[in-house]
Design a protein around this ligand. Structure first.
Ligand code: TXA
Ligand code: MG
Length: 339
């Protein structure tokens, strides 16, 4: 099929496709999502097929308002209402207990809970409203690859497999939303994102669990997505932990005699002359820009160069850095450059 590219002003045509059970990729403030009518089981099944995603990994339901959540979920805890007020629309996904049978097992992975999110993108909020239905949306990448932060990334993975894409340029945050489980007594962050644990605790006035527990083969993971290989580019990524490690890392890179990629902030790039076999991809000035550019950089080396090894800068593992390091660690399979 031909994948049609829609501008935000053409959202009506994109909404008609969703309402007709077709797949349309959509922009959010985090990454692009692969959209389908959350109440149409046939359409939802197509989402798994297009992505090559294991069918026990549940989807996020994107809504334009809280009333839609209340139609599907059991009465919301007080904390949820405070968080909605503070952070919606925005990069916070919340997991609630469902009314029995409210959503198909294809959406929930057979769980009695579902993840809801109100994305901060005007075109996509219009898409949901004009399709008159909530929209499921996993990240619009081939399963296991870095999430897409531009329409071009989506087309690279899914051109010809989906009916359309709503193109609203590059996303602002660059990594997926924080996933917060509110279906249990103690709220737990299942995936770190731009809404930090500290920010959530400040709003709800109680501690949240943040432990990134390691999922063994027999353990049942809390977020089913945590057990799968993620964000893995074709290239091997080496994490460079400290600013002072860069001279040694680049010396090592020079000795490899093969083309190498270097992903770092401008300060690092300015202070460390690159060997001739290295190509740089700037992560900008700070943790914000680095998070925004991380997936784009990994995709750049995979799709636009023949580079198979990438050195990439680490950040402190707190605040937005927790989200950045979570994705970088998975991309690198925990591989660090060691001096
Ligand atoms: O920023 C985002 O969240 C993006 C944009 C498109 O909205 N979406 C996204 O979706 O990242 P996806 O499917 O790639 O990641 C959803 C995560 C998965 O790890 C999944 O296992 C978890 O949320 N999840 C969904 N429903 C769940 C549930 N009921 N219980 C536990 N985890 C759930
Ligand atoms: Mg994903």
């Amino acid at each position: 099929m031909e994948t049609k590219v829609f501008k935000p002003s053409e959202v009506g045509a994109a909404a008609q496709l969703i309402a007709a059970g077709q797949l349309v990729a959509f922009p959010t403030e985090t990454v692009y999502g692969l959209g389908a009518d959350a109440t149409n089981v046939t359409a939802v099944k197509q989402v798994y097929l297009a992505k090559g995603r294991p069918s026990d990994n549940p989807l996020i339901v994107h809504v334009a308002d809280l009333a839609t959540v209340e139609r599907f979920a059991q009465p919301l805890p007080e904390a949820a209402k405070k968080l909605v007020k503070a952070f919606w629309p925005g990069p916070l996904t919340m997991i609630f207990k469902l009314k029995p049978g409210a959503l198909a097992p294809e959406v929930t992975g057979g769980l009695n809970t579902a993840a809801f999110r109100n994305p901060d993108n005007a075109a996509t909020l219009n898409l949901i409203r004009e399709a008159h239905t909530p929209i499921v949306g996993p990240s619009a990448n081939t399963s296991g690859k870095p999430s897409p932060t531009t329409a071009q990334h989506v087309l690279h993975d899914l051109d010809g497999k989906i009916a359309g894409i709503l193109d609203d340029g590059a996303t602002k945050v660059g990594v997926e939303s924080t996933v917060l489980d509110l279906s249990t007594t103690t709220p737990a962050i299942l995936r770190p994102g731009a809404i930090t644990a500290e920010a959530i605790e400040r709003v709800i006035g109680m501690p949240v669990e943040t432990e990134q527990h390691h999922v063994g083969a027999k353990e049942v993971p809390k977020a089913p997505g945590m057990k799968y290989k993620h964000y893995a580019p074709d290239a091997q990524v080496y994490i460079v932990d400290r600013t002072e490690d860069w001279p040694a890392a680049l010396k090592w890179a020079a000795q490899q005699k093969v083309p190498m990629g270097v992903m770092a902030t401008n300060a690092i790039l300015t202070n460390n002359p690159l060997p001739t076999n290295c190509e740089q991809f700037s992560l900008g000035t700070d943790i914000q820009s680095a998070t925004q550019e991380l997936f784009a950089g990994l995709r750049h080396f995979d799709t636009e160069t023949n580079i198979k090894d990438i050195l990439c800068q680490a950040f402190d593992n707190n605040g937005l850095g927790a989200a950045y390091m979570n994705r970088l660690n998975k991309s690198a399979g925990q591989t660090h450059f060691s001096v």
